[in-house]
Design a protein around this ligand. Sequence first.
Ligand code: MF3
Ligand code: CO
Ligand code: CO
Length: 311
Amino acid sequence: MVAPVLKPNDPCWCGSGSKFKRCHRASTERVRPGRLSPTRPVPAHIPRPSYAETGIPKDWDEPLVKSPEVIERMRRAGRAAAEVLRDAAALVKPGITTDELDAFVHDECIRRGGYPSPLNYRGFPKSLCTSVNEVICHGIPDNRRLEDGDIVNLDVTIFLDGVHGDTNLTVPVGTVDPGSLRLIEVTRECTALGIAAVRPGQPVNAIGRAIQTHAEANGFEVVRAFIGHGIGEQFHTNLQIPHYYERRARTVMEPGMTFTVEPMISAGSWDHDIWDDDWTAVTVDNSRVAQFEHTLVVTDDGAEILTLPGD
Ligand code: MF3
Ligand code: CO
Ligand code: CO
């Protein structure tokens, strides 16, 4: 047996005898939109992706299989993204605003000579995605302070050496209920199992099959609307990597292909709404979501994860 994710009226997990919503969930009702800080500038010497000024990415038919030279650049971008993400996650604690995390990630990308890929991508206003509790993905950093008992996903992408490295993780803020901790752990396992299913000669739908099997065995659902993607000189290419079993996703994996695996796993419904900001995706039933993402390259016998810290 495993601990259930508590409903608002269940007795709190801490043993206080109060309802969960009045106790450890008390401060974590629904996430609401906050106020945005002014747009952060990027110094002129930083090489920019195609959309940096216009908001519209130039799209072209980028090969699925990358040259060794491109893969080497993606190793550098991936390592940088992973290190920025690790250092941003270390700052997470009750009271910090998501905007402060955005400022850190923005400055760190630039310090490393890179451009924070989310900034002005299809008009996204910030340099980091911060997705709290029931936010599935694409949360916009604002003046909301993280609260004890929240969970937050930080999604870092850097454009460095002409290529993107894309990675995210979900962390607890302060003391978090056991159900949410279990959601985070199972989601971490889902990402690992999805990556373990990467093998040349297999269709990409093997990845989603592995993820969905593990999520549903644990009583969770896989978000359908947001999927993994091909990546390289473009942030998102048209290669699609569903995190559920999709029979039609039959692209066969080949050594040198680069894409992300980034399952969003819901403690309740997989179905989503979008806020009026046209970005923030939330679960329709307000249940919490966790996510972990890596950028990887298919090798002769599996996958090499590109988004791991180098030190
Ligand atoms: N990093 C996200 C992904 O994993 C994409 C964010 S797009 C943005 O694909 F515009 F919201 F930044
Ligand atoms: Co991604
Ligand atoms: Co991402």
